[in-house]
Design a protein around this ligand. Structure first.
Ligand code: LMR
Length: 416
């Protein structure tokens, strides 16, 4: 081995989780990694998942055989319907290529490898020139850069968050779309933007998608929180469906990287899919792309894990379970909303310097609180409250027994 192998720092998310777990303080609070917690701070197995697990495990054909390389067909088909809608014209016209993935991260990795080798930027020949640039929002989920970097796909940033107004920098975003080399890839958070919790409005989405279309770019939706923003799977898929179905736009394709980690709460089971929506029906191209994705899957993981996909496909294809799942999403999203409200109310009651209402305007799992890295460090050191240095807090970690204590600690560090 080389004596110069560099020691890397711990992963920001998982390193934080490890520090939290080691912390002996009783009143510690984990606002780090995005994983739902119930009112008593515990991981929650969704009632729909419990019911589906029973059905799956008690079926006469239950076993642990290999799945096909492309995944469980019932799962990938149902997953496409959840995100694109059950009456999706794209599905009806056989324009969607779907492959099961190791949750959202695996989907992004597959998309990155596929783009690197097969996506032609305008005027270039696929595979013969530099891979396309993937533009990610500034800020974005930290792992995006690493996932594309490791497969040799260069990334760039587009402005997204305006710190002064604590809202979307739409003009900066549009300017970046206009100036990017034609055929670039724009990575968009389908809903519940991570880390800011700030999504474009439908009018803003239309402008963004129109600009991406006008400049010949390819949109890549990262959909990890469908159902977490509004509690409705339909509403939270609005931007994706607008991009795929509105004929005003014309894209070289639309990529969707879909995770079921959060919205089904099966974080460790790695259930996800990548969907590529082609602009028109082309059975030969569809089959060729399927085979290329299969080659990547076969060489890297042979075939995807079965258990989670069986459970999720049971939920997606059983009407009573689907209803229960919709209810579960309301339970999770409304608990998070009420925690946002309680946090802000307590900060307002304490007259904590600054304005805090952006926390209730943001949605999904996270709030981009505006706390600075030194304030975050002090919260961890003095109060055992863990959040990311960027000030991102996973609101799911708040509950009735810690929310006021967290507000009081924030009050102290802000006044310090
Ligand atoms: C997060 O952003 O906290 C989650 O997506 C978990 C992860 O893998 O980083």
């Amino acid at each position: 081995y080389s004596s110069t192998i560099a020691q890397l720092p711990p992963d920001p998310m998982f390193g934080l989780k490890a520090r939290y777990q080691k912390d002996p303080r009783d009143k510690k609070v984990d606002l780090g990694i995005g994983a739902y917690r119930d009112d008593s701070g515990k991981p929650w197995i969704l009632p729909s998942v419990r019911l589906a697990e029973n059905l799956v495990q008690n079926a006469t054909d239950y076993n642990h055989e290999y799945l096909p390389i492309g995944g469980l067909p019932a799962f990938t088909a149902a997953a496409a319907k959840v995100i694109l809608g059950k009456d999706s014209p794209a599905i009806a016209e056989h324009r969607v290529v779907s492959t099961q993935s190791l949750s959202g991260t695996g989907a992004l990795h597959l998309a990155g490898e596929f783009l690197r080798d097969h996506y032609k930027s305008a005027g270039e020949t696929a595979g013969e020139t530099a891979p396309p640039l993937v533009y990610c929002s500034n800020p974005t989920w930290g792992n995006h850069f690493q996932v594309f970097g490791i497969v040799g796909v260069p990334t760039a940033k587009y402005p997204y968050w305006d710190d002064a107004s604590k809202s979307l920098d739409l003009e900066g975003f549009l300017k970046s779309i206009r100036e990017a080399p034609a055929g670039s890839v724009f990575l968009l958070h389908a809903t519940a933007h991570n880390p800011t919790g700030m999504d474009p409005t439908p009018e803003q989405w239309k402008k963004i998608l129109k600009a991406i279309s006008d400049h010949g770019h390819l949109p890549l939706f990262d959909s990890a929180y469908q159902g977490f923003s509004s509690g409705s799977l339909e509403k939270d898929a609005w931007a994706v469906r607008e991009g795929v179905h509105n004929k005003e736009y014309s894209f070289p394709g639309v990529l969707i990287c879909q995770s079921f980690a959060k919205n089904v709460g099966m974080y460790g089971e790695r259930v996800g899919a990548v969907h590529l929506v082609l602009p028109e029906h082309d059975a030969t191209l569809n089959s060729a792309i399927t085979s290329q994705l299969a080659k990547i899957v076969r060489s890297e993981i042979s075939n995807p894990p079965g258990y989670g996909a069986k459970v999720v496909s049971k939920i997606l294809t059983t009407p009573e379970l689907y209803k229960q799942w919709e209810q579960d999403l309301i339970t999770m999203s409304s608990r998070i909303s009420s925690m946002r409200e309680q946090l802000v109310q307590e900060l307002e009651r304490l007259n904590t310097p600054g304005s805090w209402r952006h926390i209730t305007r943001q949605q999904g799992m996270f709030s981009f609180t505006g706390l600075t890295p030194p304030q975050v460090a002090q919260l961890e050191k003095d109060y055992g409250i863990y959040l990311l240095p960027s000030g991102r807090a996973s609101i799911a970690g708040l509950n009735p027994s810690n929310v006021n204590l967290v507000a009081q600690a924030i009050d102290k560090v802000v006044r310090n």
